[in-house]
Design a protein around this ligand. Structure first.
Ligand SMILES: *Cc1c(COP(=O)(O)O)cnc(C)c1O
Length: 223
């Protein structure tokens, strides 16, 4: 199957209300346009430079999501247009985003990334670190960022019980945070979890946003 069929197939199988982020990192514009023609409007990238050139070259009604580890010194390049940043893991980064949001006179939407996998290498906060951010006086001053939910990546494993448990953990974190800090903020509503190998499981466990790359565009070639 090609990109159009892949996209349509995955999109048609989603539970109502679940958003599909087509992860187009490393893929050329022509591939992105194929998915676009099939109806896709949300694309995810994890490199700032690649994202900004694609933003400039491709249709302006695309909503771009940043899904990687964002360095503070690169925020300024994406602040004018980014739709959602999935990987927030520090107050420092939120402060920089707030500054750039102010400059661009727009509120930047963010998700807090949590470490739910067994692997050491994956970025993210634990619950207490998130609480420390959300209750700090500095956070209360940030007028140009909005936390819209949480994001996480499960362990890369065939053990679906393990993966399911990790998704349940993220859902649990979301619910606790919602209850404690976001009861009056209806926009705190997103649970970004699930990739090509585990998005169906993620949806069963409450995902509102899946990030699917290789199942739409084929395997990535790195060189
Ligand atoms: C690359 C990437 C994805 C998509 O991975 P696939 O397995 O190709 O679907 C999703 N989320 C993040 C954070 C990624 O870096």
């Amino acid at each position: 199957m090609g990109i159009v069929d892949n996209y349509k197939h995955i999109h048609a199988g989603l539970k109502e209300g679940v958003k599909l982020v087509a992860v187009s990192k490393t893929k050329p514009n022509e591939d992105i346009l194929e998915a676009y023609e099939a109806g896709c409007r949300i694309f995810g990238e994890n490199k700032v430079q690649e994202l900004t050139s694609k933003y400039e070259e491709l249709p302006k009604d695309i909503e771009w999501h940043f899904i990687g580890h964002l360095q503070s010194n690169k925020v300024k390049y994406i602040a004018p247009f980014i739709g959602l940043i999935h990987g927030i893991d520090s107050l420092k980064l939120l402060k920089v985003l707030n500054k750039e949001g102010r400059k661009n006179d727009r509120i930047i939407s963010c998700l807090l990334q949590f470490h739910i996998a067994e692997e050491q290498s994956k970025f993210g906060l634990d619950y207490q670190e998130a609480v420390d951010i959300l209750t700090s006086p500095a956070f209360a001053d940030l007028q140009f960022v909005e936390i819209r939910g949480v994001m996480g990546m499960a362990t890369y494993t065939d053990d679906s019980n393990q993966v399911r448990k990790e998704f349940q953990t993220l859902k649990g974190i979301f619910s606790r945070l919602k209850e404690a800090y976001f009861q009056n903020q209806s926009s705190f509503a997103e649970i970004s979890m699930g990739m090509s190998g585990d998005y169906q499981l993620a949806i069963e466990e409450g995902s509102t946003m899946v990030r699917v790359g290789s199942k739409i565009f084929g395997e990535r070639q790195y060189h």
